[in-house]
Design a protein around this ligand. Sequence first.
Ligand code: SAM
Length: 268
Amino acid sequence: MAGRERARKRFGQNFLVDETVIDRIAGRFNSDDEQSKQATIVEIGPGRGALTAALVTTGQPLIALEIDRDLIPLLQTRFSRYRNFELRQADALQFDFASLAPLAPLRLVGNLPYNIATPLIFRLLEVLDNVADMHFMLQWEVVARLAAGAGDPNYGQLSLVVQNLCRVNALFDVPAECFNPAPKVKSGFVHLQPREQPLVPGPLHSTFNKVVKTAFAQRRKTLRNNLKSLLTADQIASAGIDAGKRAEQIDMADFITLAELVHAIQPE
Ligand code: SAM
């Protein structure tokens, strides 16, 4: 590929070329459900429009956010005839998603560039009020981390922080050959559905995040060691939790208990 045809590595451009995968993704948006019909689809990183073409025909308002200026004319030419289509040249990491509140509920979707996926998900967790759901293509390993439960080697801070706010459903794996250029690793498609209520009570949020981060600081170490600055081994044991366990063996409910303990000792 030459000139502007070339995929840009720095923008994580791996374009979807497999029609079966595109159809499976689009199938998540061809819903008869009234709430979905009233939603605005927000596509992050439309690229050359592989997914956009399938989404725009739902007739629902579709806002596409693309950072690469060189792709803007191509996308405009391809989709400007659709009255439900709106293109914004924008960096999704800087974009003010709260400004789309009047268009809520929002259904976010994207074959995300791998380098921005995790920071973007963390940012989106802050604006979930307007979000009906999110569907993302991610590096398979990130999908595994999002969906993991206690005891799984992929379980960690990302799993707990996201699962506190969203139900996570790993939908299907996508082999590298489905993209051009093919990425080095397999991908996965995941659905994140914001919960009506977070699992962690509001006043405990920041303590919970701190406890989780501290507990996983050194994965091989025990809770007793990692949480030393926050709780004694006796305090951990008083909640019925074995301080000799590692963080990856502790489930959401026990992390909430640990956060309650820390909060009771040192309220934020
Ligand atoms: N959706 C297209 C597809 O599936 O073929 C393209 C997917 S490609 C993996 C990622 C797209 O996100 C590229 O078009 C890239 O230019 C765009 N992108 C990269 N960083 C971005 C950012 N910070 N904000 C918005 N778009 C970005």
